[in-house]
Design a protein. Structure first.
Length: 125
């Protein structure tokens, strides 16, 4: 299964990959929403994990663009953000996010959400 991580901080991208190792997932990344949308269209990933606050195109705009694309509109889309206000959470739901996790992300919450979305086995090894 292909997972596209759209995140402007390479350290966080690397951490997410480490946290999700063990299920045989194939990871791809993009440093902003505009490149993320291009990669999503090329790859047709099984899951997109995106930061919200990024240059060029934020996570809300990326999610809306994914939902508007007939080839991607069913792709699960998980938002990760340091925004903790209810308005941001509501905006995420409004644009079609499948899940919304706050940074710093809990490893257990991340694994649980990804496992549920992709219907992965509980044990990773």
């Amino acid at each position: 299964m292909k997972v596209l991580i759209v995140e402007d901080t390479k350290t966080i991208t690397n951490l997410l990959q480490v946290y999700l190792m063990g299920w045989g997932l194939e990871f791809f990344d993009a440093p902003n929403g505009a490149l993320g949308l291009t990669k999503a269209r090329d790859l047709k990933p099984d899951l997109i994990i995106s930061d919200v606050q990024m240059p060029e195109m934020d996570g809300f705009a990326l999610c809306a663009a994914v939902r508007a694309d007939p080839n991607l509109h069913h792709t699960p889309f998980m938002m990760l953000t340091s925004l903790k206000d209810d308005a941001s959470r509501q905006k995420g739901k409004l644009v079609g996010a499948s899940a919304f996790l706050n940074k710093p992300v809990s490893v257990d919450d991340l694994r649980s959400k990804v496992r549920d979305i992709l219907k992965l086995p509980a044990t990773r090894y």
